[in-house]
Write a protein that binds this ligand. Sequence first.
Ligand SMILES: Cc1cc2nc3c(=O)[nH]c(=O)nc-3n(C[C@H](O)[C@H](O)[C@H](O)COP(=O)(O)O)c2cc1C
Length: 195
Amino acid sequence: MPDNGDKPLDGCEVLLALTGGIACYKAADLASRLVQAGCGTTVAMTDAAGRFIRPLTFQALTRRRVYTGLWTPDEDVQTGHIALSERADVMVIAPATANILAKIACGIADDLVSTLALASCGACQLLVAPAMNTRMWNAPPTQVNLATLRERGVHVVGPAEGNLACGTVGPGRMSEPADIVQTITDLLKRNPSSA
Ligand SMILES: Cc1cc2nc3c(=O)[nH]c(=O)nc-3n(C[C@H](O)[C@H](O)[C@H](O)COP(=O)(O)O)c2cc1C
């Protein structure tokens, strides 16, 4: 990937998927930073994510349609749920809930985001930014799921340690948007064919 100065992701396509956690508010900053870095950014979100932040925020930030479900009437039902990951250089799930990590590890595809994650296999790189309560993060099923994902080549950024929305301190905070953008940039530099 060439060095494009203040637009390090110029010409790249990111599929940004949100799942349902408090850190959805940070995903708005992430979307904004991706667009400023020159990156074509398409957003998909789960129903739970839609309870934390509205699609309109991302439509305004990305100037693109936001995808919220498999069954949207005007969707191209033949390919829509797969084409989004085919067009992307990288699919980024931020924040990634314990639930989506478990679904990806098991190959469950029961909504738009989990279907896109499964369809990303062989189409684009997959990066997850977990965010959850420390006990959920430390729970054996979450750690086993993470190990499975890493083994399969899924990239993981964070979580960071610090104050959590539930009032505790520990690992579970979503990585800062600037760090996630840097991780994406490094990932695409290492794999120039996908940029
Ligand atoms: C207020 C609130 C905050 C939550 N925060 C998180 C979180 O940070 N991380 C997480 O894994 N789950 C969190 N959950 C639980 C998820 O929203 C829940 O597991 C949901 O089914 C996830 O769905 P999704 O993965 O399809 O988005 C939270 C739930 C509530 C009500």
